[in-house]
Design a protein around this ligand. Structure first.
Ligand code: ADP
Ligand code: MG
Length: 256
């Protein structure tokens, strides 16, 4: 079985002073091992809520989440989560930042430390191991944040608007780097973004959520039929604008 995640009939209602807010309704999808899935949808449609539920950080009102066939109850140790802010600790050097997750989980073994060092070497950060986050560019900081997340060996990586704080050019370069790392390490990834181009350039499938209460409106298979696919190559492919038009129209209709 190469299915790694099942999201089954997820619904979510928030209780607030202003009353009840139905954020998600009947959300169903499955993800295969190694797959890259992007999720787009209008602002406030429940994208972040959905990721938090998959991670077990937020309670769901209805439905179930299964990772490798096991029902998720509470915070799942099989999930890595990256947000818009890289959340690096300014007082720790780069190596100690990347080891932080291992420390928190109490698994800072010799073997795991070696794995982190290997990742730093492989992705050209080892020379910066003794530097501090403030000495690194925004793009390098995001790479460090990714390695810190991968250090604990998550089965699924969740990215919530992880690149949107970066300026446009940096974002293009960072997505190129991050994509290459994720593919090489064969990490199953679910990425929420408001950027249609970013979604298409990285994904095997794009899930479109409707406006609130968010439910799956459509799932688009993305296939550029390229041997050495990279986000930049995809952006230059003639197929790119076709995918873009389709998704753009679909989102536009939603926003009415
Ligand atoms: P998105 O990430 O797609 O922009 P969110 O998942 O952040 O959307 O939010 C979905 C909806 O749920 C929004 O209407 C938001 O205001 C509401 N919401 C999110 N978190 C809470 C909360 N803790 N309490 C009440 N309402 C919330
Ligand atoms: Mg959000």
């Amino acid at each position: 079985m190469n299915e790694i995640l099942e999201v089954k009939n997820i619904g979510k209602k928030y209780q607030s002073k202003a009353g009840e807010v139905q954020a998600l309704k009947n959300v169903n999808f499955r993800v295969k091992k190694g797959e890259f899935v992007s999720i787009i949808g209008p602002s406030g449609c429940g994208k972040s809520t959905l990721l938090s539920i998959i991670a077990g950080l937020e309670e769901k009102t209805e439905g179930e989440i299964y990772i490798e066939g096991d029902k998720v109850e509470g915070i799942s140790s099989k999930i890595g989560y990256m947000l818009q802010r890289d959340c690096l600790l300014e007082w720790r050097n780069i190596l100690n930042n990347t080891l932080f997750g291992l420390e928190v989980k109490g698994i800072k073994t010799k073997e795991n430390i070696e794995y982190v060092k290997e990742l730093l070497k492989k992705y050209n950060l080892y020379d910066f191991a003794n530097k501090y986050p403030s000495e690194l560019s925004g793009g390098m900081r995001q790479r460090v944040a990714l390695i810190r997340t991968l250090a604990v060996n998550p089965k699924i990586l969740l990215l919530d608007e992880a690149f949107s704080a970066l300026d446009y050019q940096t974002r293009i370069m960072v997505t190129e780097d991050i994509y290459s790392i994720l593919r090489k390490e064969n990490i199953t990834t679910i990425m929420v973004t408001h950027d249609i181009s970013e979604a298409i350039s990285m994904a095997d499938r794009v899930l479109v959520l409707s406006k609130r209460p968010g439910t799956i409106k459509d799932i688009h298979k993305i296939d550029f039929e390229m041997e050495n696919r990279t986000p930049i190559n995809c952006r230059q492919s003639p197929k790119f604008s076709k995918y873009f038009d389709t998704l753009w129209k679909e989102l536009g209709v939603n926003e009415k």
